[in-house]
Design a protein around this ligand. Structure first.
Ligand code: PRP
Ligand code: URA
Length: 206
């Protein structure tokens, strides 16, 4: 399994602002969408293409066109913040939804909603900003794989070493694209230094 961490000053600047406790929901949403664009560009680097012949206004030319479908799967609620980044870049992408909620006591994910399209011939991008214990991300990838995509990639904003290890064990074939890898989890399963509860900060429910 590969873990790719964005290596770009713009990504670092945005992550720092997302971490800042003073950043309110309006700015948090806008920053997430912008960072999402960088993450999605990286996550779709291996999309298949095919050769095509076209005519420029001057002569015939050869180019390449994207081949196959793309399905974006935001994990509710926090993953919604990254969805526009996919549809901005790939307006024809199909969207499936997964609802997952972590039990605050056991830290186990509880799935409460699933609406996934068939994914044969497609690349699936799972969007979940926080990879903490990895329970939610791993369960989400399990659901998505059952829909039969050709490839799955997991996109997050912050990953903890514990979550990366869980994904490595459960889904070694799923590459991870992250904006930051943080130090560790605290005893409540929050990422340190992290940025707090992503869903609450995105949706203004703190
Ligand atoms: C957050 C986050 C992930 C999960 C990560 O969701 O968006 O889905 O926690 O934690 P894990 O790696 O330990 O499973 P949360 O359960 O807070 O739901 P929300 O997005 O609706 O706020
Ligand atoms: N979910 C979050 O939103 N933040 C964390 O730090 C861990 C899980």
């Amino acid at each position: 399994m590969t873990v790719t961490v964005l290596d770009h000053p713009l990504a670092e600047d945005i992550v720092t602002r997302l971490r800042d406790r003073r950043t309110g929901p309006a700015e948090f949403r806008a920053l997430t969408r912008r960072l999402g664009g960088l993450l999605v560009m990286e996550a779709t680097r291996s999309l298949p293409t095919e050769p095509v012949a076209i005519e420029t206004p001057l002569e015939e030319a050869k180019g390449r066109a994207l081949l196959g479908g793309l399905v974006a799967i935001p994990v509710l609620r926090a993953g919604l913040g990254l969805l526009d980044a996919v549809t901005d870049l790939y307006p024809w992408a199909v969207v499936g939804y997964l609802g997952m909620e972590r039990d605050e006591a056991t830290l186990e994910p509880r799935d409460y909603y699933a609406k996934l399209p068939p994914m044969a011939g497609c690349t699936a991008i799972v969007l979940d900003p926080m990879l903490a214990t990895g329970g939610s991300g791993s369960a989400a990838c399990g659901y998505v794989k059952a829909a039969g995509p050709d490839a799955v990639v997991f996109v997050c904003v912050v990953a903890a070493p514990e979550g990366i290890a869980k994904m490595q064990s459960d889904h070694p074939d799923v590459p991870i694209v992250a904006a930051a890898v943080d130090r560790q989890l605290n005893d409540r399963g929050f990422i340190l230094p992290g940025l707090g509860d992503f869903g609450d900060r995105l949706h203004g429910t703190t």
